[in-house]
Structure formats: C-alpha cells, structure tokens
Design a protein around this ligand. Structure first.
Ligand code: CP
Length: 313
C-alpha cells in the first residue's frame, strides 16, 4: 500500500506530479459543478485526535468532490474517550473496509505506526511536532502560483520552530523544489540539534528577523503553539511580537525591498502576536489562497494514492 507519511516520501517527480494534478483539481474547484466520479465507491475516513478546521474540512471536501464516501471521526465523541487504544480504534475503523485513513494525532510518528497496523492507505494530516506533509505541498503550490518556480527563491520561515510540524515538512519539500530557506526564531524557540541539521541539509538560521527581512521572496509566519508549551515562552508575548512579529513596520520594509514578496501562514493565526492584521490582510498575503489550495492539493493526493491503483480518472 502507498501512504503519505512524511514529505521525505516524495522525490521531485512525485512532488511535481502532485502539484500538477492539484492545478487540474484547482480548475475543477472553480467550476460551478465540482464533482468528479474518480473515487466513486471508495471510502475515506478522517480520523482526527487533535482539533482542526482547515485540514479536516479540506480533506472532507476533497474526498467528496472526487465522489468518495467520507466519514469523520474525532477523538472527542469516539470510543477513545472511553479508553480505547489508538491501535484498537484504527483496527476497528479499518475492519469496516475503508480505503484510506487520514490521521491527525498528537504523537509524533502516529501515522507511521498506524500504517503498520492497517491495510488502508494512510495519510499523515499532522503528527505531533513531527510532520504535516500535505501542508507543505499546499504551501509550495500556493507560492509557485504567485512566484513561479521556487528554484533559488529565498523563503523565510519565522517563529515557533520548536513546536512546529509545518516547518519540518516545508524544509523537506522546499529543498526538493530547490528553494533557499532561512529559519528565523529566538534561541528559545529553536529546537536542539537544529544547527547540525541545518549544516547537513543546507538551510540557514537567523535570530535577527530584521536583518534577513529585505532579502525575502516569501515569508512564512508560524503560529506560536502555546498549547504545546508547559511554561511561558520568549520572554513575553509583547517582546515576542517586537522581535519576531510581522508588524506594520516590518510589512513596509518587506514590500519596499521587494514589492512581489508573498506572505504565508498555515493557520490558525494568533493575530497581533506572530502576525498583525496589516500583514495578514495585505495584498501580499496568500493566507486564504493557501486554504483554497488545500482542497486542490488534497484532491490530488487522494487521487494519486487511490485512483492510481485502479487507473481510474
Ligand atoms: N494548518 C492547519 O493544519 O490548520 P488546521 O489545524 O485548522 O487543520
């Protein structure tokens, strides 16, 4: 069975194939009647043990527009709350004859573990602080549509690197597409071992947002994940914004240096903390384009995993 567990599962030809199909799906998304018969008779289960707005609903819409039957199960409201284990839960769902399991779980490695237990295709919709591969694909798709090829483009990824699964998947996919990436964060929000990793993988690190800001083709702001922090974070919210927030003055600097710059955020945003309303709603902001692309990219991923095996389209 083929799965999508990590961005590292996708070499350049596979990333290109997914992004090219996503462009076709985007065309379908813009039609008045959006249904394709591609996955008729197939069943996709969204199994979400962590909250989600974008990922869960876009996988649901994607599956439905491809004519799959889509079922949503969340941790709250399922027998997990009665103590059923992850293994028993997924074996129970799989026993009903599902074709694909889209899983979000708070434990890093959960999707990989689930793929060992079931016969269905497994798609990682976010596993703890580890990876979120479809987010990286939709980010790449969105940036490419505005910027063209990402080869040699300078992407800043800014903020809470320690708790972000988006950053790891983005680093892999952006490297595959030939982008230059600089990670920007206070020392308190850079994970241990990142210096060695950056040297091995060829991305750059900075603690000085203002110094690197004017060199950016794209700025991806990350959410400060307070729910994953046991104590406080860099030293106060106010000081975080002063040092690392995409504020109005930084937006002005960014646009003055490069009027074609784009601003991304995977969502959900903490407006006023890591990104101000001026930047979130600026002409340069692609944040809602990312949401829209999420449906097309997830249609493409479902298509490549499920339709490919039967040659249907
Ligand atoms: N970006 C993202 O994963 O958003 P949700 O948590 O709303 O799915």
């Amino acid at each position: 069975r083929r799965h999508l567990l990590s961005s590292a599962d996708l070499a350049l030809p596979q990333v290109r194939a997914i992004l090219d199909t996503a462009a076709e799906m985007h065309g379908v998304q813009q039609r008045e009647v959006k249904k394709l018969p591609t996955l008729r008779g197939r069943t996709v289960v969204n199994l979400f043990f962590e909250d989600s707005t974008r990922t869960r609903s876009s996988f649901e819409i994607a599956g439905k527009w491809l004519s799959a039957d889509v079922i949503n199960i969340s941790g709250k409201g399922s027998s997990t709350s009665k103590g059923e284990s992850l293994r028993d839960t997924v074996l129970t769902v799989a026993a009903m004859g599902v074709d694909a399991l889209v899983i979000r779980h708070h434990a890093s490695g959960a999707a990989h573990q689930v793929s060992q237990w079931v016969d269905a295709h497994v798609i990682n919709a976010g596993d703890g602080m580890h990876e979120h591969p479809t987010q990286a694909l939709l980010d790449a798709y969105t940036m490419e549509r505005r910027l063209g090829s990402l080869e040699g483009r300078h992407v800043l990824i800014v903020g809470d690197l320690t708790h972000s699964r988006v950053v790891r998947s983005n680093l892999i996919t952006l490297k595959t597409l030939g982008a230059r990436v600089t990670l920007v964060a206070p020392p308190t929000l850079m994970p241990s071992g990142i210096r060695a990793w950056s040297q091995a993988e060829g991305f750059e690190l900075s603690h000085d947002f203002d110094a690197v800001l004017p060199t950016a083709d794209a700025v991806m702001m990350l959410r400060v994940q307070r729910e994953r922090m046991s104590g406080g974070f860099f030293p106060t919210a106010r000081e975080y914004t002063v040092g690392y927030g995409l504020t109005r003055p930084r937006l002005d600097t960014l646009v003055a240096a490069n009027p074609d710059v784009v601003i991304c955020h995977p969502g959900p945003m903490n407006r006023g903390l890591e990104i101000g309303a001026d930047a979130a709603d600026a002409a340069q902001s692609l944040i809602l384009d990312q949401v829209s692309a999420g449906v097309a990219v997830r249609m493409s991923v479902l298509y490549h995993l499920l339709a490919g095996e039967e040659g249907a389209a």
